[in-house]
Structure formats: structure tokens, C-alpha cells
Write a protein that binds this ligand. Structure first.
Ligand code: XMP
Length: 513
């Protein structure tokens, strides 16, 4: 196995992700837990030093134990990791007065070839992503330079005797397009076969859950979304009946959704699952409310109350399970206390752990969405389920601008079902990040048969996106749009006009509220 020593970079997990893509098993450990004894016990086949925000000049700057250099295994140092390596092995690091580099840079080929760089430098220079203040100014004995950038004369360095490699840039990020090659060459050189799989990940995750939970009780809010579903099934495999799931039905789910979700998890997976039908409560409290943020706050608050009620009913729980993914972790770290503005109050069960004195179990914390899907497949969740579009916690409430009524929700559910059916029939579902109908607080005049109609208008929304942060509208053909409009108007009483929303994000958002 490979050891990543974490010096606090925002992107350390991306290193792990690149290695998982190469089917190499790795573990990330914070530098202050990596002692001589730890190293001897862990016996890594290779080590990577992550980047980090510190300066080797700072008092108490994060350092690895010197014994790591005597293990006789390949080491790769990245950014701060490079500076640490030089600092420890007798080179020099300088403060970056005026030589800091942030963002895109180009590294040019050094004079000598290096096996580790096979497949790199396809041109004479490679695009990389830099993010450093300090830089190396003198190499440690044994090292040579194999690539330079304008502000990092030692952008790529190596000691080929000892198989120590050190780079100033970040090969793990997307903006170093060829970065994967460097990881690939590194793990090959360290003798990894690349035979580690998601199945193995599943076994390890199960063991970690068992270690964390012991004989404690875990409760999980299961929404039927991919993340909470995968988390629940995984935890259930680990601890069986110690887990209870609560499916909170706020009356704002789509057509047949509650039956499908509850049916699948009860029958297929045998999960201990409470179906909390609280639609009266939610819809009652939402009566007469049309402000989007007020809707969100009411739903979020009730959700916590309801969840707490059911948790008490089963005699409390020691842990709350959540399907938190790695991108959520990065965002909450980099933005916590930051100056970002609240566009929408996202609905989640934050606040609950403190209120109920529970600890968190988050078995997907280090995974990305596509990896969660792969894990879901491994756990036997059906493909149709794993590929489902995201559905927001407040459900149809935020797709019903203006006042929410049961009648409008019923119309919306029918229209949405027809629209999604159309998308599936035309084979477009997987090309689209998210698609839904919003029912508008507008009634318009129409003519059907020989009669006048005065019914609701609705908007179709479909976007492409990678992460939901930015999005573009999906370019349906006119035929598709026409056919879908006709079907909705013919099949859904209450709607007599259909529009298509062609707003991207930004300036729009994906949901209407
Ligand atoms: P917006 O509308 O902000 O949505 O562009 C971005 C993505 O987030 C989803 N979304 C939510 N998901 N709770 C959730 O779990 C929420 O309160 C919530 N609001 C928006 C939205 O569906 C889209 O995928």
C-alpha cells in the first residue's frame, strides 16, 4: 500500500483519487500522526508528501520523521512536499519575494531524460498548475533538475539513485492535464500492479464503519438519493440491525417516488426503515407561504423536528449517518466563515448531531460522485437507480413558485412524470444532469376542442452540468419539445401551456427557487 502524508493541502484527496483511478490502494495520514513507529508498522511500498499551506520557515512547520527517507522506497513530494524534502535532505528553500506562482504555468523540458517522465513532455513544455509562495533555490545532494518554469527553476527534480521525485506543481489537479502520467509512472516504479478495486474499497469501508461504531446505534435519513442510499446500504452491510433508516415523506416527492424508495429498501435490502408520512404536517405549515427562503427554512426546520421525533421513538442513536461526499467536504472547509453569500439555504440535517448529541458516520467522505456510483453498483443497487438525477431536499416545494397547494402539486407530479418519460423514451436521460417541470403561478387562456380553458402554465427545465455549480440548458430538438408539450397538455388536466427554460447557471440557478 501507498502512504500519503498530508501536510494540509486543499487537494490532498485528489491525489488519492488519482491513485484509486490507477487501482492502487493508498491511505492518507496527517503528518502529525506519522511517527517512526507508525512508518515501521505501515511499511509503505511508496510515499507521497502532499502540498500544504505552511512555509518550511514557520515555527513548528509540518515535517515528516527523518526515518521516512531510510525506508528505501520511492518518495514523491508535491509543492510544499517538495520543499520539505529539500529542507530535510540538505537543499535550500527561499521565501517567494515576488516569485510566487498561482495558477497556470508551463514547465519546460530539462536537458536530461528521466524514466519517470515517460509520456510527459509530449511537447517541449507541459501545462501545470502552480500554487506556491516559497520555492526551492538549491537542490539537496543527489538531486538533479529535469524541468523548469519561469518562477520555479526546480519545477521537476529527482534523485534517481534513491527514487525520490519532487515537483513544485500539483500533478493531481485537473489543470495539470497530463498529471496522471506522473502518478502512473510513479506507482509502476514502486512495483504496484494496479489490481485494487472498488470491491476492496467496500470491504475496507465496512471494516472502518465497524471500528467506529462498535455496538452503537446509527440512524440515517434516507431520501432515496444516490448518496444517502449508498451510505445506508453500505452501513447496513457493516452493522446490520444497529442501523435504522428514516424516510421522511414531506408530501413533496414526485409521482410514485415514496412507494418506489420504501419498497426497494425494505424488500430488496431488508433495511430497517421507518416510513415517516408527515405530509399533513409539512403541507399544513407551508400553507399560504410563497417566499422561497421561508419555504426552505420551514422545510429544513420541520425535517429536523420530525427526524428527532422518530429517533426518540427508537430509543435514540449514538451516530448519525450521512452521505457526505468529498466535494462537500472541500466546500465546507474552504468556505467556512468565508465571505460567500447565501444564494439558497440548502436543506440538510446539519444542526441535528449537536442537538441530539450524536457523532457522524460519513463513509463516503473521501469519494467523488462517480466513485459513489461505482460503489453503489458494487453493492448491487440497480443502474436505473444509480443514474438518477439529483433531487433537492425541499422537493417539489421549490418547483412550485408562489403558494403551494395540493392541487398544484398533483398537477406538477403528473407533468413531471410525462416529461421524464419523454426524456427516457428518447434516450436522453443520461446525457442530462437534471430535468424537471416547474408549475408556474400563472394561469393562461387556451382553447381545447371548442372550449375555452384557463389553466396553469408550466416550464420544462433540463440542464447539463458536471457538479451542479455551473450549468447550461439542454439543447432539445424542436420536435422533442413540440411532442412533449403536446403530451403534457393532452395528458395532464390543469395545464394548458408549456414553456422551455433556456437560462444557464449563472446567471440563473438550476431550481426555480
Ligand atoms: P441550484 O438551484 O442552487 O441547485 O442551482 C444546484 C443543485 O443543488 C440541488 N439543490 C439542493 N439539493 N438540498 C439538496 O439536497 C437543497 O436544499 C437543494 N437546493 C438545490 C439542485 O437540485 C441542483 O442539483
Amino acid at each position: 500500500r501507498l502512504l500519503i502524508i498530508d501536510f494540509g493541502s486543499q487537494v490532498t484527496q485528489l491525489i488519492a483519487r488519482r491513485l484509486r483511478e490507477l487501482n492502487v490502494y493508498c491511505e492518507i495520514h496527517p503528518f502529525n500522526t506519522v511517527t517512526d513507529a507508525f512508518l515501521a508498522d505501515f511499511a509503505p511500498k511508496a510515499v507521497i508528501f502532499s502540498g500544504g499551506p505552511s512555509s518550511v520557515f514557520a515555527e513548528g512547520a509540518p515535517m515528516p520523521p527523518m526515518s521516512v527517507f531510510d525506508l528505501g522506497v520511492p518518495i514523491l513530494g508535491i509543492c510544499y512536499g517538495q520543499q520539505v524534502m529539500m529542507h530535510c535532505l540538505g537543499g535550500r528553500v527561499e521565501r517567494g519575494h515576488g516569485t510566487a506562482e498561482f495558477g497556470r504555468a508551463y514547465v519546460s523540458k530539462g536537458a536530461k531524460p528521466l524514466d519517470w517522465l515517460n509520456g510527459w513532455f509530449l511537447e517541449d513544455r507541459e501545462q501545470v498548475w502552480m500554487s506556491h509562495g516559497d520555492h526551492v533555490s538549491a537542490l539537496a545532494p543527489g538531486f538533479e533538475v529535469y524541468g523548469t518554469s519561469p518562477n520555479a527553476p526546480f519545477a521537476i527534480t529527482a534523485d534517481t539513485e534513491r527514487n525520490f521525485f519532487a515537483v513544485q506543481f500539483h500533478p493531481e489537479v485537473h489543470h495539470t492535464p497530463n498529471g496522471k502520467t506522473l502518478y502512473e509512472n510513479f506507482v509502476k516504479l514502486a512495483g504496484f500492479k494496479g489490481d485494487w478495486t472498488m470491491d476492496a474499497y467496500r470491504e475496507e469501508a465496512i471494516q472502518r464503519i465497524r471500528d467506529q461504531v462498535g455496538d452503537g446505534k446509527v440512524i440515517c435519513a434516507l431520501s432515496g438519493g444516490v448518496d444517502s442510499s449508498v451510505a445506508a446500504v453500505l452501513i447496513h452491510e457493516a452493522i446490520g440491525e444497529q442501523l435504522t433508516c428514516v424516510y421522511v415523506d414531506h408530501g413533496l416527492m414526485r409521482k410514485n417516488e415514496s412507494e418506489q424508495v420504501v419498497g426497494m429498501f425494505r424488500e430488496h435490502y431488508n433495511l430497517p426503515l421507518i416510513h415517516a408520512d408527515e405530509s399533513e404536517l409539512f403541507l399544513g405549515k407551508l400553507e399560504g407561504v410563497s417566499d422561497p427562503e421561508t419555504k426552505r427554512k420551514i422545510i429544513g426546520g420541520l425535517f429536523i423536528d420530525v427526524f428527532e421525533k422518530y429517533a426518540k421513538q427508537i430509543g435514540g442513536a449514538d451516530f448519525l449517518a450521512q452521505g457526505t461526499l468529498y466535494p462537500d467536504v472541500i466546500e465546507s472547509v474552504s468556505f467556512s466563515g468565508g465571505p460567500s453569500v447565501t444564494i439558497k439555504s440548502h436543506h440538510n440535517v446539519g444542526g441535528l448531531p449537536e442537538r441530539m448529541n450524536m457523532k457522524l458516520v460519513e463513509p463516503l467522505r473521501e469519494l467523488f460522485k462517480d466513485e459513489v456510483r461505482a460503489l453503489g453498483r458494487e453493492l448491487g443497487l440497480p443502474d436505473s437507480f444509480i443514474g438518477r438525477h439529483p433531487f433537492p431536499g425541499p422537493g417539489l416545494a421549490i418547483r412550485c413558485p408562489g403558494e403551494i397547494t395540493r392541487a398544484k402539486l398533483d398537477i406538477l407530479r403528473e407533468a413531471d412524470a410525462v416529461y421524464i418519460d419523454q426524456i427516457r423514451k428518447h434516450g436522453l436521460y443520461d446525457e442530462i444532469w437534471q430535468a424537471f417541470v416547474a408549475i408556474l403561478p400563472v394561469r393562461t387562456v387556451g382553447v381545447m376542442g371548442d372550449g375555452r380553458t384557463y389553466d396553469f402554465a408550466c416550464a420544462l427545465r433540463a440542464v447539463t452540468s458536471v457538479d451542479g455549480m455551473t450549468a447550461d440548458y439542454y439543447p432539445f430538438t424542436h420536435d422533442f419539445l413540440g411532442e412533449t408539450a403536446t403530451r403534457i397538455i393532452n395528458e395532464v388536466p390543469g395545464i394548458n401551456r408549456v414553456t422551455y427554460d433556456i437560462t444557464s447557471k449563472p446567471p440563473g440557478t438550476i431550481e426555480w427557487e
